[in-house]
Design a protein around this ligand. Structure first.
Ligand code: ZN
Length: 427
């Protein structure tokens, strides 16, 4: 299932062309023959397959398949194993994709944390490092922290950095394709003049790709989670801020300048509270972490019986209290779900996705959040657009963005063998 999904996702598509162009390694490791990408993707999808079957499935001649497989063997991406179905004679050789031959770093640069995952070529997490940090206001400290946590992950890995394919980074900001290494100065003014990926590119000497966190959460769910096999869905990340990533016809939809999906800045109340973006009454001012903490703190004055009374009110404390049945916390979450429903309903009427996947910290509340959200949405949508739309929580939880960042690199690399080194040549 994941295979057939990913094969479509991994196909060379317009939206990924520029990403590939800017991520291509400077020194090509193995020359790319025409059709190599297709054979590589077929091998990844199938896991194990014979040369004859590759020829049959791709329409390539046996000699061409042999040449391409020869290149793949040099990279150690595939290995020959002798356990194909026996036809009575000697057992035929089949080729097996080597999920653990290389690693990819996926970095979740949140507004208030940095998390780094080292994953194999099947999206399995080998190492994980997480640290709270005021990312939004501290670019000078954040970039070294990303490097430090990346190095900590690599130390837990038996292979060396020469087997690192690349680094993907998810950021809590739109990413303009014209400035693919930066974040929006509107959303993150402290980052003016700072780049996100350049220092990592220099330190690890691998391709580094940067994308919006919600886009990458969507990509991860598409390959490995609640969006598998679904061509049109929206991932909504509810955390410090609120953002959405759209998968349309199997691909991330970024819009003309990378701003598509900024659902957090939909104005719910033109007279409302001032938002980080400079506008008033954005969804983020009602549903973001800071808004929930402020709301809970205000309500506490009239609810001394709440389990939140007498302790520091944090978003995690509110979530824990709601899960424990605390009425005040449930009221705060219920109000947030109601507001979120207004924005999601508008988005459903515009985009008509088959599924809405709720991710980010608040998603761990599961049905506590979803029940009110569904009610809020269904009261506001055209019957035709809501009827077939399922609203579910993320399957990947707090690792979705880091995993999606790694997946962005995997998707790019599976289309171009030059991302993998020629082990036989020792480079
Ligand atoms: Zn805003």
């Amino acid at each position: 299932m994941a295979g057939s999904t990913a094969s479509r996702a991994a196909g060379p598509k317009k939206a990924e062309q520029s990403a590939r162009a800017r991520s291509r390694p400077a020194a090509a490791a193995v020359a790319q023959r025409p059709s190599t990408g297709g054979v590589l993707q077929l091998l990844w999808r199938e896991g194990r397959i014979s040369r004859a079957e590759i020829a049959r499935r791709t329409g390539l001649s046996r000699s061409t398949v042999s040449e391409i497989v020869g290149d793949l063997l040099k990279t150690r991406l595939v290995a020959e194993v002798g356990d194909g179905a026996s036809q009575g004679g000697r057992r035929p050789i089949v080729l097996q994709f080597q999920d653990d031959a290389y690693g990819i770093l996926g970095i979740d640069m949140g507004a208030a944390h940095v998390a780094v995952a080292l994953v194999n070529l099947r999206g399995q997490v080998i190492a994980w490092e997480h640290r709270s940090h005021p990312v939004r206001t501290d670019p000078v400290g954040t970039v070294p922290l990303m490097i430090e946590l990346s190095e900590a992950c690599l130390r837990q890995w038996k292979l060396g950095t020469e087997r690192l394919v690349g680094i993907g980074i998810g950021v809590p900001s739109p990413v303009d394709p014209k400035d693919p290494d930066g974040v929006s100065e509107v959303v993150m003014p402290a980052w003016r003049g700072h780049t996100v990926g350049e220092a990592l590119r220099k330190r690890f000497r691998v391709p580094v790709l940067v994308d919006n966190d919600a886009n990458l959460g969507a990509l991860a769910e598409r390959w490995w989670g609640a969006g598998r096999g679904i061509d049109d869905f929206t991932y909504v990340k509810v955390a410090t801020g609120v953002g959405a990533g759209h998968i349309i016809r199997g691909e991330i939809y970024r819009g003309a300048s990378g701003v598509a999906g900024e659902i957090g800045h939909l104005a719910l109340d033109p007279q409302g509270e001032l938002c980080l973006c400079g506008l008033r009454g954005c969804l983020a001012t009602r549903v973001g972490s800071r808004a929930l903490v402020a709301r809970a703190s205000a309500l506490l004055q009239d609810h001394p019986e709440s389990t939140l009374a007498g302790r520091e009110v944090t978003i995690t404390a509110i979530e824990d209290a709601a899960l424990g049945g605390d009425p005040l916390a449930l009221q705060v979450v219920g109000e947030a779900a109601e507001y979120l429903g207004i924005a999601v309903a508008g988005m459903l009427n515009l985009m008509n996705p088959a599924r809405v996947i709720i991710g980010g910290g608040l998603a761990r509340l599961g049905e506590l959040l979803l029940a009110t959200l569904r009610r809020s949405v269904s009261g506001r949508t055209l019957v035709s657009s809501i009827a077939p739309t399922e609203i579910v929580t993320s399957e990947l939880g707090s690792r979705a963005v880091a995993l999606g960042a790694a997946t962005l690199i995997l998707q790019t690399a599976l289309a171009d063998l030059r991302h993998f080194r020629n082990a036989a040549a020792g480079n």
